[in-house]
Design a protein around this ligand. Structure first.
Ligand code: COA
Length: 171
């Protein structure tokens, strides 16, 4: 298992204390806990039960991603706080960012940015020149703040007829 010696000290949501975000690769036996976390995270945007029923199966992390250490988790004070995955660059040097989810109690504390940073680091070490993410529309401002730009609206593979912003960042 890969552990990253790049903990970040970030301000908490209250600004009155500090919390340490640490990033490591996910373990295969964390799949169920990470699925539950991802569902809580997605539901945070206020989607209804029908939407969540369609979406939940898409939030299962493929076991081969976990075994290949394509998945990072963030811990805050030793507890799981978020997850993200990055796929190897394709022939054009484009790496896909997948499955970025922060547990609602941990939002706004630098967890998403720390996970993204680890994914971009791995993509860069693997020779990627570009990262793409099919984003939730409500997460678009987060991506824009992290240096991504909107490319096109593309269809969701979970919800028929739903269009999502495809975001891109050069490395
Ligand atoms: C989007 C998400 C990953 C952001 O994670 P987070 O840990 O809350 O974000 P961070 O605390 O790391 O924020 C980093 C910066 O982005 C900003 N930001 C975060 N979410 C934002 C949002 N929804 N709108 C605008 N800015 C946002 C923060 O203010 C912060 O800005 P700063 O660097 O100027 O202080 C998280 O809200 C989430 O998991 N949402 C639900 C699931 C989802 O939509 N995931 C993305 C799927 S594509």
């Amino acid at each position: 298992m890969t552990t990253f010696n790049t903990p970040q000290i970030v301000a908490s949501a209250t600004g009155s204390t500090t919390s340490e975000v640490s990033i490591r690769s996910a373990k295969v036996d964390e799949a169920s806990a990470l699925h539950d976390l991802s569902i809580r995270s997605k539901a945070h945007w206020g989607y209804d039960a029908a939407f969540m029923t369609l979406t939940a199966p898409r939030l299962v992390l493929p076991e081969d991603w976990l075994r290949a250490e394509r998945v990072f988790v963030a811990e805050l004070s030793g507890s799981l706080a978020g997850v993200a995955a990055i796929l190897p660059p394709d022939g054009d040097g484009t790496a896909e960012l997948e499955h970025l989810f922060v547990d609602p109690p941990a939002m706004g504390r630098g967890v998403g940015a720390a996970l993204l940073s680890s994914c971009l680091w791995l993509a860069t070490t693997e020779g990627a020149c570009k990262v793409r993410a099919l984003a939730d529309p409500q997460a678009r401002p987060f991506y824009e703040g992290q240096g991504f730009r909107w490319v096109v609206d593309a269809p969701s593979d979970a919800i028929p007829g739903r269009m999502l912003p495809l975001m891109e960042r050069m490395l």
